[in-house]
Design a protein around this ligand. Structure first.
Ligand code: GDD
Ligand code: MG
Length: 347
């Protein structure tokens, strides 16, 4: 089965994390968010993935290549000028001749895709959209539906007076390829604002798959932090967690000095080295290949991969990433970690 990832957005609201990295590549517990989603889809029977890219596509290609390392076949389609969500789907039309899945690449979710596929067939739908309940729908696409679970209206980013439901488009769709003919080619199209209302008007059945599973759009720094917190709290178990770990994970090959103090919940990645008298946690992620020096204290923080934290650094509540330290944002990062001492990435 094939799945399309919409991965071309600029990730503006996630800046500066997306200054040098497309949003789907931001690490979520030491693995790119999109890799976590790809592996979930693989478990549901997906073997071929089409990546619709536009912003910094090379970063994505360099990491995933042809997909062989993940046991997947990956194709890339790149838009020189972003075509919008609908235009991006149309632009990949040639790949699809059977039922396929579409995923907004900035979602972290436990939505049960196998169950959703079954529901799609039962409903004989042309499109099925996963929906989830949120307290404030204003940043999302609100969907109204009837008692038979077919969509009746779409309101994208509603004003407070327009909010008629708390169920929103969760950014996961199942499509029948025949609907693609309804999207105009070679132009900017919004699937949410233009195509879905048009499909309704033309009488295509659009089913709504309601899910109570964990769901989060990683669109802002606040949501990015929240998702990590949710994982640490056990709301979104990772495969490496196994059973009963309650969101805490220390990679078996991480080197933790016997005098270091680790306070759960934490995530300590592959080949990380935690040196003498360092304190890690609570609520802290140390990425793969990081070194945390002697006597450091790192709490409530997210540290990306391969970062070397010098001895006696004391930081709390920060996101440490290589771009910030390497690039033009260096001064901001230094400002951010002023409480600590020198801090530098491993080249
Ligand atoms: N290829 C391509 N080209 N991808 C795009 C483009 C484009 O022009 N524009 C956006 N994308 C990708 C983004 O990278 C992201 O993965 C996905 O499409 C959705 O775009 P966002 O910019 O994140 O949209 P949003 O979060 O404001 O709203 C969308 O997602 C919500 C759920 O998270 C809408 O689908 C809402 O209706 C929905 O509720
Ligand atoms: Mg989004």
């Amino acid at each position: 089965m094939k799945a399309l990832f919409l991965a071309g957005g600029m990730g503006t609201r996630l800046k500066p994390l997306t200054d040098d990295l497309p949003k789907p590549m931001v690490p979520m517990m030491a693995k790119p968010l999109m890799e976590r989603n790809m592996l979930k889809l693989k478990d549901c029977g997906v073997d071929e993935i089409i990546l619709s890219t536009s912003y910094k596509p090379q970063k994505i290609k360099d990491y995933f290549g042809d997909g062989a390392k993940l046991g997947l076949k990956i194709h890339y389609v790149c838009e020189d000028i972003p075509l919008g969500t609908g235009g991006a789907i149309k632009n990949t039309q040639e790949f699809f001749d059977d039922t396929f899945i579409i995923f907004n690449a900035d979602i972290l979710s436990n939505i049960n895709i196998i169950d959703m596929l079954k529901f799609h067939k039962e409903k004989r739908a042309s499109v099925t959209i996963a929906v989830t309940r949120v307290e404030n729908p204003s940043q999302y696409g609100v969907i109204e539906y009837n008692e038979d679970l077919y969509a009746e209206s779409f309101t994208e980013k509603p004003k407070p007076s327009e909010i008629k439901s708390n169920y929103i488009n969760a950014g996961i769709y199942i499509f029948e390829p025949n609907v693609l003919k309804e999207i105009p080619g070679s132009k900017v199209v919004s699937i949410e604002r233009e195509t879905y209302p048009l499909l309704l008007e033309k009488g295509y059945p659009i089913a709504v798959y309601k899910s109570k599973e964990y769901w989060m759009d990683i669109g802002t720094i606040e949501k990015y932090r929240q998702a990590h917190q949710d994982i640490l709290n056990g709301s979104y178990p990772l495969p490496e967690h196994g059973e009963n770990s309650k969101g805490t994970f220390v990679a078996p090959n991480a080197k933790i000095h016997s005098t270091a103090r680790i306070t759960a919940p934490v995530y300590i990645g592959e080949n990380a080295s935690i040196q003498a008298y360092a304190t890690i946690g609570p609520n802290t992620i140390i990425g793969n290949g990081c070194t945390v020096g002697i006597n450091c204290k790192i709490t409530n923080s997210i540290v990306w991969d391969k970062i070397n934290i010098h001895n006696s650094t004391d930081v709390s509540g920060v996101i440490l990433n290589t771009q910030i330290l390497n690039g033009k944002k260096r001064s901001n990062a230094e400002h951010e970690v002023k409480k600590g001492k020198a801090l530098s990435p491993i080249a």
